[in-house]
Write a protein that binds this ligand. Structure first.
Ligand code: PAZ
Length: 325
């Protein structure tokens, strides 16, 4: 078989796997309403008053997907992702004038909350002598800033938040988002920071009820999640600027794996990070260059997302120029 035929055969196999994934996935709840919110958001940002060009829109994915083991799910496979990267990156994109579709795992970090404690409701508020709820003094500025920045982003039509839990919901939503952004061409960005499951139990071969422990050891057969990055890049949103992430725990293979992902899925950039140092530094792997960015340790509260997003926006601008001429 020559290489063109081999590529076609692989493509057909991938298409069949993807069709089977979506055909057997449980239907997305409230999908008509999600589609309505998405199309309204895209329309709102398509040509803001006084501007002849629409705003750039980025889909930021954040947090980890779960893999249910039962249809009436009691148990599921999960991963470590806290959603910090996606939330902090959203703050930076909005600040830079992008509109953000924040596709996030329910219960993970939220935009504008990175300087608040995890249990913000209990830590940041207190009951006054007059039995009123008030912000406790040490958090007063941080809470004010978080609320006003968040309100400004939502009221300004710059932030749309869509939650997911399972791998099925995540991929159905991602597909829907890419369809809604299709007309933006190079002005759309996918920033895929979510930690997406590599394996799953197909819905139609999944136990319906809670798996019983009395039946002895559990034998699990997991299918591979089809490689949607390639399809996103080549079919769903062929003109969008696509950034994916590669996480490894072994620094020796990290850059090589990121490079492979760049080529295999035709990404414009792959952000390589290690589990333990992911909040300190990341390396952006692109076709002609690799650039490492660091958190500024001398600046209190500084994060690695600020220089990362600055760099990516710069490369996105160059990409738009290149597409237009
Ligand atoms: O969500 P978080 O801030 O705890 O971690 C971010 C991250 C490591 C999940 C992200 O930077 C990343 O690498 N996502 C892709 C993971 C993967 O290779 O599937």
């Amino acid at each position: 078989m020559d290489s063109t035929n081999e590529t076609l055969t692989l493509q057909k196999k991938l298409d069949a796997e993807i069709d089977s994934f979506f055909d057997s996935a449980p239907p997305l709840k409230d999908s008509a309403n999600v589609w309505k919110r998405l199309t309204e958001f895209v329309l709102l940002n398509s040509s803001p008053p006084g501007e002849d060009r629409g705003r750039r829109i980025v889909c930021v994915t954040s947090g980890g997907t779960t893999v249910p083991l039962e249809q009436r799910c009691v148990r599921y496979i999960d991963n470590f992702s806290s959603g910090h990267r996606g939330a902090a990156s959203t703050d930076c994109f909005v600040k830079a004038g992008y509109a953000v579709i924040f596709l996030y795992r329910s219960g993970t970090c939220q935009p504008y909350c990175s300087s608040l404690p995890d249990d913000a409701l209990l830590e940041c508020f207190e009951i006054s002598n007059e039995s009123k709820i008030q912000v406790s003094q040490p958090y007063s500025e941080a809470v004010k800033r978080a609320i006003s920045d968040h309100q400004a982003a939502v009221a300004g039509g710059l932030l749309l938040k869509l939650p997911f839990t399972t791998i099925f919901e995540y991929l159905q939503l991602l597909k829907m988002i890419s369809q809604s952004l299709k007309d933006l061409g190079p002005y759309a960005v996918f920033y895929l920071a979510a930690a997406v499951s590599d394996f799953y139990v197909p819905w139609n071969s999944m136990a319906v009820h809670k798996i019983q422990s009395a039946s002895g050891p559990l034998d699990l057969q997991l299918n591979q999640v089809p490689k949607m990055l390639y399809v996103l890049r080549t079919e769903w949103a062929p003109l969008a600027f696509c950034i994916s992430f590669k996480l490894e725990t072994d620094s020796k293979i990290l850059l090589e794996k990121a490079d492979m992902a760049l080529k295999k899925y035709k990404m414009h950039a792959v952000v390589a990070n290690e589990l333990l140092t992911r909040k300190e530094e990341v390396t952006v792997v692109m076709t002609d260059e690799k650039i490492t960015v660091h958190r500024d340790k001398h600046q209190p509260g500084a994060d690695v997302e600020t220089p990362l997003i600055e760099l990516l926006i710069d490369r996105h601008s160059a990409y738009i120029l290149h597409q237009e001429f």
